[in-house]
Design a protein around this ligand. Structure first.
Ligand code: TXA
Ligand code: MG
Length: 339
């Protein structure tokens, strides 16, 4: 299959809509990361997404809508917490897990009786949904296990020959995927941290919410996992990644005693020149949004070097940094050293 990579404009958006209506899969920009979009009601379209990504069939997809009235048939219940969250954060990077409606095919929800829904704020994604009338399911547009794509070129690298069209809408704003929250129980649970934080959510709901323990740890009991995506290897570059929780001074000491010929470092802005090996900054130490924005592109850049071993300065585990930490520990296969 030939893969077209087209700049977003009226014609390319029209083509994307036509392909979606025909049950094809299209690479689309969102404000978080690029997605692989397919009609959420069509089993055959969704099967193509799983095939293109090489994604395990038990990992459900998020449904993207452009207006609240599209929820009809997508979910069968929209409770008070969901309503408050939607009015505060939609359009935007928040996915709400709700009881699944009749329209959603089993492949989208991977057989679960719940479904994740979000209303993206990216104008191109919104135009594609409203012009096609299709609420599309879209996982991140990477090959399963690889870092999520934040540019159309990243999507092209992974999806060339696998899908007919990628719409280029420039670099994604956030750089990490949406916050995922389940409102199925009385106390909502954050299943994946993102730019919208636990604190932001608690303020809107005026109550405490839980953070699934897998957010900051590996999966210990697969049978109890709330979100199937938590148990899979993720975001990994080719090199072996290790996170070092330490002061800057101890980090440099550690690198000096552990460096080999193909050791690289991921650090914060301004620290590069202090490092005894090639170093890439993934953002400002006191600006977690910048870390989130750059994280996946730096992990992908590593694959263009001869890095075999990468040591990473550890971000905070609070606020937006928690989203960065959550992705990094997965890219490191939970390989963390504390000094
Ligand atoms: O920002 C985003 O959310 C991006 C863009 C493209 O919108 N999409 C995205 O999709 O990150 P994906 O498939 O890469 O991640 C979806 C996550 C997975 O971890 C999946 O297990 C979880 O959401 N998920 C989806 N539906 C669920 C459900 N019904 N119950 C629990 N977890 C669910
Ligand atoms: Mg993903």
């Amino acid at each position: 299959m030939k893969t077209k990579l087209l700049k977003a404009n009226e014609d390319s958006i029209k083509l994307a809509c036509e392909l979606l209506k025909k049950g094809e899969v299209v690479g689309v920009p969102t404000e978080t990361v690029y997605g692989l979009a397919g009609d959420s009601t069509s089993s055959s379209a969704i099967k193509k997404i799983f095939e293109a990504k090489g994604r395990p069939a038990d990992n459900p997809l998020i449904v993207h809508i452009a207006s609240i009235d599209m929820l009809d048939g997508i979910v069968c219940e929209f409770n008070e917490d969901a309503g408050k969250l939607a009015s505060a954060f939609w359009p935007g990077p928040l996915t709400i897990i709700m009881p699944k409606g009749k329209k959603i095919c089993n492949e989208t929800s991977a057989g679960l009786d719940s479904v994740g829904v979000r209303m993206p704020s990216n104008e191109i994604a919104r135009a594609i949904i409203s012009k096609s009338g299709i609420a599309f399911s879209a996982p991140s547009a990477n090959l399963s296990g690889k870092p999520s794509p934040t540019t159309a070129k990243d999507v092209y690298v992974d999806m060339k020959g696998r899908i007919p069209l990628i719409i280029d809408g420039g670099e994604c704003d956030a750089g990490v995927e949406s916050t995922v929250i389940s409102v199925l129980e009385k106390t909502p649970v954050i299943l994946r941290p993102g730019i919208i934080t636990k604190e932001d959510i608690e303020k809107v709901l005026n109550k405490n919410v839980l953070l699934a323990k897998e957010v900051t740890a590996g999966v210990t009991d697969e049978s109890k996992v709330l979100s199937p995506g938590m148990k899979y290897k993720h975001y990994a570059p080719n090199a072996k990644v290790t996170i070092i929780k330490s002061s800057l001074e101890d980090f440099i000491g550690f690198i000096n005693s552990h460096k080999t010929e193909n050791t690289f470092v991921m650090c914060f802005d301004g620290e590069e020149k202090l490092m005894p090996v090639p170093a890439m900054s993934y953002g400002n130490i006191s600006d977690p949004k910048s870390q989130a924005h750059n994280l996946f592109s730096i992990l992908r850049e590593l694959d263009e070097t001869d890095a075999e071993q990468v040591f990473v300065r550890c971000p905070d585990m609070t606020g937006i940094s928690l989203a960065v930490y959550n992705r990094l520990i997965r890219s490191a296969g939970f390989n963390i050293i504390e000094i």
